[in-house]
Ligand binder design. Structure first.
Ligand SMILES: [Cu+2]
Length: 121
């Protein structure tokens, strides 16, 4: 193969590899927003939906009660930081297809109703 042709083959392979990387990056990350209630032990949503891959839940807390966001299910159990008024708590996990639970890990809050489900497809 002439040198120029070989270079073109190498460039083509590189471009294909980069395109694959770019596709993975764009399809992988889902960011979901959630808000705690200002006055009750509740979130503003009961159900969240995401595509499988990396999922981040960002929870804002407008209440003077401290809250956090956590995800559990299928062997995963990860808690975000517990935060006070007007701060955000976030948690990032890699999820497969299935149904998971999001909740507030502060004592008693999940049992009081600070929970919902994430449907991952
Ligand atoms: Cu809470």
């Amino acid at each position: 193969m002439p040198k120029v042709a070989r270079r073109l083959v190498v460039l083509g392979a590189l471009a294909a590899a980069l395109a694959l990387v770019a596709a993975n990056v764009t399809s992988a990350a889902t960011s979901l927003s959630l808000k705690a209630s200002k006055t009750q032990l509740k979130f503003n949503k009961k159900t969240l939906r995401a595509s499988h891959g990396k999922v981040t839940i960002v929870m804002t807390n407008p209440s003077s009660t401290k809250h956090a966001i956590a995800i559990e299910g299928h062997g995963i159990d990860k808690d975000g930081k517990t935060v006070g008024k007007n701060k955000t708590s976030r948690v990032s996990v890699t999820l497969k297809k299935g149904t998971y639970t999001f909740y507030c890990p502060v004592d008693g809050h999940k049992a009081a109703g600070m929970k919902g489900k994430i449907i991952v497809s």
